[in-house]
Design a protein around this ligand. Structure first.
Ligand code: ASN
Ligand code: ZN
Ligand code: CA
Length: 327
């Protein structure tokens, strides 16, 4: 007999968190039956197969090999809840079914990824196996690759690839804010918890993407020739501007300073509306070949559907695209 249980865990990056588990016989496993049966497995430094499903005797998780699994299982649950409660989507394919996570991939592997073939997320342990890539925004970023694949199917190269990457950063960030986790508060930074640069700086910045030294702040005709993790910059910047507006702003202790291409002033409409607009565009108007110009048109249509074509929201979406040089 199996029953849905509420356990708890001590994570790497999110403090002490609740975990939804399943009791099987006398032990508990990382199977989230409240969220489509999403499971978390230990690859134990391997790089293929499914690994072993995590089990525990008392449903209090963490320590040793369990710690990264706590982050991954919690991150998948938060992302599931974000999609369900904010966007009305039930799972990656909107079919109520869970996926699975694999942690402890490889040796000193400094990345995490979504794979359409296994329909799963995988996390490395970082340099020296010391900083697993399991932070909340990273988990939501990877899971969102599954959502993009199941919806618009944005091709992972050229401008559509940048929009694919930005979609993962956008909902990764929205999910992080949604979590209201006291240890990993929401911000417009990507991967700020995983110390991927060794100096505490985040992987990416949405207010001014060029702060990472490689991402673009604005659209240009050569944008499609840059790596998708850098051509995402202008769309991340669009989302920040649409949410919070241009110029200086401090949110929960983090100071942002967002420039615009034409020195225009953008007044944000708030993150919740920006998130709903991007989601409606992604699931209604974006296709595999959507480029930046088509993304402007698609988000404007989505905004007209949601708020009307004479709304402040509509005008601000137009202004935010113009502010990243998409006319
Ligand atoms: N972590 C990377 C990403 O999700 C993996 C990749 O390059 N696809 O974008
Ligand atoms: Zn990605
Ligand atoms: Ca973040």
């Amino acid at each position: 007999r199996e029953a849905i249980e509420t356990g708890s865990g001590t994570s790497t990056y999110s403090g002490k968190v609740p975990l939804t588990t399943t009791k099987s016989g006398t032990s508990f496993q990382l199977t989230d039956s409240a969220r489509g049966g999403h499971k978390t497995y230990d690859l134990n430094q391997g790089s293929s197969g499914t690994g072993s499903l995590y089990t525990d005797a008392d449903d209090v998780w963490g320590g040793g090999r369990q710690t990264a699994a706590v982050d991954a299982h919690y991150g998948a649950a938060v992302t599931w809840d974000f999609y369900k409660n904010v966007l009305g989507r039930s799972g990656i394919k909107n079919d109520g079914k869970g996926a699975y996570s694999r942690v402890h991939y490889g040796d000193s592997y400094v990345n995490a990824f979504w794979d359409d073939d296994c329909f799963c997320m995988t996390y490395g342990d970082g340099e020296g196996n010391k900083n697993p890539l399991t932070a909340l925004d990273v988990a939501a970023h990877e899971m969102t690759h599954g959502v993009t694949s199941a919806t618009a199917g944005l091709n992972y190269s050229g401008e559509s690839g940048g929009l694919n990457e930005a979609t993962s950063d956008i909902f990764g960030t929205a999910a992080e804010f949604y979590a209201k986790n006291a240890t990993d508060a929401g911000d417009y930074l990507i991967g700020e918890k995983i110390n991927i640069n060794g100096d505490g700086t985040p992987l990416r910045y949405m207010d001014k993407p060029s702060k990472d030294g490689a991402s673009k702040d604005y659209w240009s005709s050569s944008l499609g020739n840059t790596d998708v993790h850098f051509s995402s910059g202008p769309a991340n910047h669009f989302y920040y501007l649409l949410s919070e507006g241009s110029g200086k702003k401090t949110i929960d202790g983090v100071t942002y300073d967002s420039p615009t291409y034409n020195n225009s002033k953008v007044t944000g409409i708030g993150r919740d509306k920006a998130t709903k607009i991007w989601y409606k565009a992604l699931t209604t108007y974006f296709t595999s070949t959507t480029n930046y110009k088509a993304a402007r048109a698609g988000t404007l249509k989505a905004t007209a559907d949601l708020y009307g074509s004479t709304s402040t929201e509509y005008k601000t979406v137009a202004a935010a695209w113009t502010a990243i040089n998409v006319k």
